[in-house]
Design a protein around this ligand. Sequence first.
Ligand SMILES: [Zn+2]
Length: 185
Amino acid sequence: MNILYLSLKIHKGVVFVERLYPRFIVIHHTAGFDVPALTIDGYHAKQGFGVKITSPKPLVEEYIRRGFRRTDGGVIVCIGYHYLIRTDGSVEKGRPDFIRGAHCVADNMNFKSIGVALTGNFCSKDNPRGEKGLTRPSKAQVTSLKELVHHLMEIYQIPRENVLGHKNVKNAATSCPGDRFVFEL
Ligand SMILES: [Zn+2]
């Protein structure tokens, strides 16, 4: 596995950790079945999305308790999204908010946004009859998404116009989160 560590900048012998300061929220569907964050972590590990998290210690321990892979002095988190919203409306934490994402290359969004994904495949062309997962967001998912987005907008002071579906990001060539995804803040 190809592991991308926290990007470090060295300036005059001092090491700085490049952290994410979220200014946007990008919404996705997973394009698949309703599976836990840890399962998606496994898919994304194969794509080399991993970051090593060494602090704060209680956070590292929480990830290890949840089943993420322990490594010397820390834990490897590979899921590209910061949050995953399951069909039953439960919100699972993906990578920490302060770590760059691996969910949207377009417009450099991995470095300036929080990535939120709903399990399901809401694209009518790709998933007409539900053979690839839930065909549209569940009521519970929409309720949780609203709550989560409002919460993130408040803590990071993100304006409404900076909350985007993946396909609405400048230069994004994707149909994600699908034409059946309709969301009003
Ligand atoms: Zn997407």
